[in-house]
Design a protein. Structure first.
Length: 146
């Protein structure tokens, strides 16, 4: 596969993903990560906010359509996919009742050490367009997978 084919994927956007935040979801996430600060587990929804790492709950479903890259002929074997790391940026608290949308975009793609690296930018916005956070994540496809 030529580098030109990869270059064409820069800017490719996955379909958007919508997530409605509930107090129960925030509390369950906080308990599952053992982050038991009162502002994350208060039984009163009006008093809680989501832990910053709650962004994971929202951005991960953005990749459920990674099969689209397989359809494009970029990824031939999803079992060769590795998580290469991620970085979070936080701008606004997430609260129960927020309806959040994430949409993964390929911002870079390249081959290094016989592996394919895909860098994704995933802004997460409230229903009113306010940016609450962003995730930058790297997927690596091992040899034989692309």
């Amino acid at each position: 596969m030529s580098e030109d084919k990869y270059e064409k994927l820069k800017g490719y956007k996955f379909p958007p993903n919508t997530f409605e935040v509930t107090g129960d979801a925030i509390r369950a996430y906080a308990k599952s990560t053992d982050d038991l600060k009162p502002e994350y587990i208060d039984p009163d929804d009006s008093k809680i906010i989501a832990p910053p790492s709650f962004l994971s709950v929202i951005f991960l479903p953005s990749f459920y359509t990674a099969g689209a890259l397989a359809e494009e002929g970029i990824i031939k074997d999803l079992t060769k996919l590795l998580h290469g790391g991620q970085r979070y940026e936080y701008y606004e608290p997430i609260r129960p009742g927020d309806i959040l949308e994430s949409q993964a975009e390929v911002v870079d793609i390249y081959v290094k050490n016989n592996m394919l690296f895909l860098i994704f930018d995933i802004p997460i916005k409230k229903q009113d367009g306010t940016l609450v956070g962003k995730v930058i994540t790297t997927a690596i496809i091992r040899p034989g997978g692309f």
